[in-house]
Design a protein around this ligand. Structure first.
Ligand code: ADP
Ligand code: 5GP
Length: 211
């Protein structure tokens, strides 16, 4: 069957593994890729911009969206609500743009059920020590909240085997190269390539190559 739309990439990782950093690199360096900006009830971190990093909404606004069934998936993560609005993602996919969802393991499980063709990627830190150091270095959370994120990380890592691909983010540039090769290889799948070539190329007579 001809492939006429973009692919959906689901990226999950324990908080601090470097997922946002890697997603930013992908968006800056690869064409035809869009990031789905989630809705969340958590407060913005210094430097985060409403509409770019997240749509920051109140609990009431979030619950109203749930009631109107506007989310493709949503979940409670580290005591806050996070969700992916369906309309923007569907619109981009239908225009042939690949979409990245940076979502937690609960959201990824929901997407896998609804979109069996979605490609899921898990990002692992090289060690617990590195994960803790990165959370401390980011400096965006109190020690208490970092402890909560580390506890959740243990649970999240148990889901790694449900993902299609795993990338260990030790050296940032190597992890970026691995991620971009995964996306690059999905783009080379036969149905996708056939959707973009001149199909008359494939209608040559059987002996054409010997002329
Ligand atoms: P996440 O989005 O997974 O919570 P971030 O992308 O915010 O994580 O990264 C957490 C911190 O770790 C940031 O300060 C970031 O600059 C740093 N970081 C990300 N990848 C690496 C890496 N490969 N080596 C060292 N530090 C990294
Ligand atoms: P943070 O608060 O560090 O930005 O994100 C915390 C966690 O929430 C991360 O694991 C991130 O992937 C996840 N997350 C962000 N947006 C969404 C979303 O729309 N849905 C779900 N299920 N998780 C999300």
């Amino acid at each position: 069957m001809p492939h006429s739309k973009g692919d959906l990439f689901v990226i999950s990782a324990p908080s601090g593994a470097g997922k946002s950093t890697l997603c930013q690199m992908l968006l800056q360096r690869m064409d035809g890729l869009a990031f789905s900006v989630s809705h969340t009830t958590r407060s913005p971190r210094p430097g985060e911009v409403d509409g770019r990093d997240y749509h920051f909404v109140s609990s009431k606004e979030f619950e109203d969206m749930v009631a109107r069934d506007e989310f493709l998936e949503w979940a409670r993560v580290h005591d806050n609500l996070y969700g992916t609005a369906r309309s923007q993602v569907m619109d981009q996919l239908s225009r042939g743009i690949d979409v990245i969802l940076d979502i937690d393991v609960q959201g990824a499980a929901q997407v896998r059920k609804r979109f069996p063709t979605a490609i899921s990627i898990f990002i692992l830190p090289p060690s617990w020590q590195a994960l803790e150091e990165r959370l401390l270095k980011r400096g965006s959370e109190s020690r208490e909240r970092i402890a909560l994120r580390l506890r959740n990380a243990m649970q999240e890592m148990e889901s790694v085997s449900s993902y299609d691909y795993t990338v260990v983010n030790d050296i940032l540039d190597d992890a970026f190269r691995s991620l971009s090769s995964i996306i690059g290889s999905v783009r080379l799948k036969t149905p996708r390539v056939l959707a973009s070539v001149d199909l008359s190329l494939l209608n040559l007579p059987a002996d054409a190559w010997f002329l």
